[in-house]
Ligand binder design. Structure first.
Ligand code: ARG
Length: 490
């Protein structure tokens, strides 16, 4: 006989995501109840009873004990309320709303918190990068293209490039925050409600910047989730490139840096090992976050409007992506803070691989009437011959072979060749906007410090605004409860 196919209750759950939404859901319930009372949809006494019960639920070990027995967090809280106070009053809380607008509102509140936390970590990382750059304005290192020695630069110039990438990540996260912090509450299932609810009021109490207007859009969209995870994916890609550099730079081949001991691990067999596991995991977790983005895009693709249960499957990917990204930024931040640089090694390696070849070609252009392409040919055949000490004599020899003339006849001097071969001068000459010359790097450092200051303040302003609204909500809740105690209803 075929085994009976009983429905698997667990299949419908998403417990981790629901735990994540619990505190947001209690806030949404409080704001909704305060508004229902103010609009005369429920009575003062009823609102006060419900609010008292919500405060109790909030304080209980609800997540461990109650949550797992219900379909989702929204049903769990409402059921607990009804169990505690009966359906006559407990059953009023869900008037004029649906789980569809409720869950969308909860996700936005929970995500908003995460984005604020991420902004903080990104700013810390930017600060750590600036500090390392300040200490290393004069630290010469080889710059690479194709991972081959290319031209000399400084560690400050290189690190400020990472700063700029993370500053762009920050502004992308701010955009995602702005698209997240709008209130879908009051959209109900999708067609809003016939009760005279006040959507502006709940939006304000919950710290949203505005109302997400069209009620069909409000419950259907998860584009703000896609946007947030896209920002994470971009940020993790940037982070993984920095992680990769730390991994490379800490090898015996490069030997540019020492990763702080807390972020290196030993080997179970090789006593000498200091493996860069944390950096490797940052690099790997970029892949995890990219996977979350792909999952969410695929889940949302071609879904008919408005709500479908598919949307529940989005939230765990958001949670995973958000936690992974913030933790990775935090790890990178401390790794950078404790990073030790081996300045002499870097400088020594900057001499290897004829990194001054471009400057020699440029010098030939400036000192003679030879075009850049011809100068490139001359220096390139010099490089091919593998001359280790470049002097005017050697340049003349190859020039004779390439153009049939010696460059000293055209104005090139020994002194100019020597100057071209000097690493420090190579860097100093690259003083155009954004170049590695000290003066330019110092200017960039000054403006980046200002960018960081502005970013810190803009995050604080957002956090403060939400905090004040939520304090206002708690005050309104207290007011309803205490006025019930004095007047015993109306
Ligand atoms: N747990 C659900 C979610 O995350 C809540 C919404 C359920 N709505 C419904 N119409 N079944 O999406």
């Amino acid at each position: 006989m075929q085994k009976q196919n009983k429905p698997l209750k667990d299949y419908i759950l998403s417990l981790d995501a629901d735990e994540w939404l619990f505190h947001a859901d209690v806030l949404v319930d409080k704001a909704h109840v305060v508004m229902l009372e103010e609009q005369g949809i429920i009575k003062r006494e009823e609102a006060a009873e419900i609010l008292k019960c919500l405060i109790k639920i909030e304080g209980d070990d609800f997540i461990e004990h109650e949550l797992p027995s219900y379909e989702d967090v929204h049903t769990a809280i409402e059921s607990a309320l009804i169990k505690e106070m009966g359906e006559d009053i407990g059953g009023m809380m869900h008037t004029g709303r649906s789980r569809n607008d409720e869950v969308a509102t909860c996700i936005r509140i929970a995500l908003r918190e995460e984005l604020l936390e991420l902004m903080k970590e990104v700013n810390e990382l930017k600060r750590a990068i600036i500090e390392k750059a300040v200490e290393n304005v004069d630290t010469v290192m080889p710059g690479y293209t194709h991972l081959q020695h290319a031209q000399p630069t400084t560690f400050a110039h290189h690190f400020l490039a990472h700063f700029d990438a993370f500053a762009r990540d920050f502004s992308r996260v701010v955009n995602a925050y702005e698209h997240t912090n709008v209130s879908p509450l009051g959209a109900a299932a999708f067609a809003s409600t016939g009760f005279p609810i006040d959507r502006e009021k709940t939006a304000k109490l919950l710290g949203f910047d505005s109302v997400l207007e069209n009620s069909m859009d409000a419950v259907s969209t998860r584009d703000f989730v896609i946007e947030a995870i896209s920002c994470y994916a971009n940020l993790m890609t940037n982070l993984s490139r920095l992680a990769e550099e730390l991994i490379l730079w800490s090898t015996s081949e490069f030997d540019f840096v020492r990763i702080p001991a807390e972020y290196a691990t030993g080997s179970s067999i090789m006593p000498q090992k200091r493996n860069p596991d944390y950096a490797e995991l940052v690099r790997a977790r970029a892949g995890t976050v990219h996977g979350c983005l792909m999952s969410v895009l695929s889940i949302c693709k071609a879904l008919p409007y408005s709500y479908n249960r598919d949307l529940q499957e989005v939230t765990p990917h958001l949670l995973k992506a958000t936690k992974t990204t913030t933790a990775s930024v935090a790890v990178m931040n401390s790794m950078i803070e404790g990073l030790e640089l081996k300045k002499e090694e870097m400088e020594k390696k900057a001499q290897i691989g004829f990194t001054t070849a471009t400057e020699l070609a440029d010098t030939i252009v400036r000192e003679t009437d030879v075009s850049f392409r011809t100068a490139h040919k001359i220096v390139s055949s010099l490089a091919e011959k593998g001359v280790d000490k470049v002097a005017l004599k050697g340049v003349n020899e190859v020039a004779r072979a390439v153009i049939g003339k010696e460059l000293s006849e055209l104005g090139l001097t020994e002194e100019k060749v020597k100057e071209a071969m000097n690493i420090a001068l190579n860097i100093e000459k690259r003083a155009v906007k954004g170049g590695p010359a000290k003066k330019e790097v110092l200017r960039m450092l000054r403006t980046r410090k200002m960018v960081l200051d502005t970013d810190v303040k803009s995050r604080q302003a957002k956090e403060g605004k939400v905090k004040r609204s939520l304090e206002e909500l708690e005050k309104e809740v207290e007011k309803k409860i205490s006025s019930q105690l004095t007047s015993n209803g109306r």
